[in-house]
Design a protein around this ligand. Sequence first.
Ligand SMILES: [Zn+2]
Length: 345
Amino acid sequence: MLPIVAFVASAVLSAWWAQTAVTTVEPPAHACRGTRGAVRAPTSEEAQRLADQLDHWAPWVEQRLGLSFERSVDVWAVDKMPFDGRAAARLSGATLEDGTILLHRESLETEAVLVHELVHVITDAPWDSLPPLALEGWADALAAQAAPSPGWRRRHLALARFTPGVAIELACKPPTGHTAVATVLSGRSRTADVTALFDTPLDLFEGHRTGRRDDVLDYAVGMFVVERILARHGLARLRSACEDAPRQPVAGRVLLDLAGLTSEPSGWAADLRTTLGPDHLALLADDDMSGLATILDRIAEENGTTRADLLRPGQAFLRVADGAARLDLGAEPARSRLLAARGKP
Ligand SMILES: [Zn+2]
């Protein structure tokens, strides 16, 4: 039985959440020891697979961080994360206070969660000068490099929802009418100053319990800022910013300056408009087919046509307002068929 005192860190691809940890977790049945640590998992195959993943990714994370971690890493893959409430279902990984990594069993599929949690375990000076939100962003940036997947683009869509001046539209040109445009996503910020997100001494879980924070959005902000710094200046510059602030958090203002971003979210709009591409629009379409079908039905009705007609190639487009990206909703037969059928008996 492993006593859980507190979290060090959290999850990736889903969210950390305001939770009180339960006090114990049963050790998974099967153990395996690799060169970098000891793992346990519900089946011997999963334990072997996890040990191989650990042996592969621990040196990779060490190399990126420029650190070496001398101790053995303990990783448990569990069927159910031992945290109360709704979040238990969403949490994909956590690092406990004693350095044990807990992964939801399903996280074995992506490897990104393991990489994210390894960053927490291996991180030491100078990286521990990153404020909590930037450390999460840094862990996610490395996890995205290790295991690229379309899901990471959801972070950009979360940012788009947060950034005033960014909008995604559905534009239709019915055969019989004028072009109709409807807003599908419109950025609205509840935060006037992003630096506060970095500078507030976060109690991530407490913040969630009181409902003051939005987990997906916060992770998106942290990751976007770190990725912009890496793209503009490279790893060495991020490292030297940490070295310039020994044993204290790097200021949010310094991080935003390095990222070339303003402290007001409205200043991010131009960056977001160029970041969002057709792949983001495809993800948005696939994530919210019902919402799009409703808008298409309204436009079809106003123009005396049908949703299926609007979904012929070259008729209905998702597009970034004042941006370059657009997606023809009728171009891919699989998507247009699903959209045409959505909500129909
Ligand atoms: Zn984390």
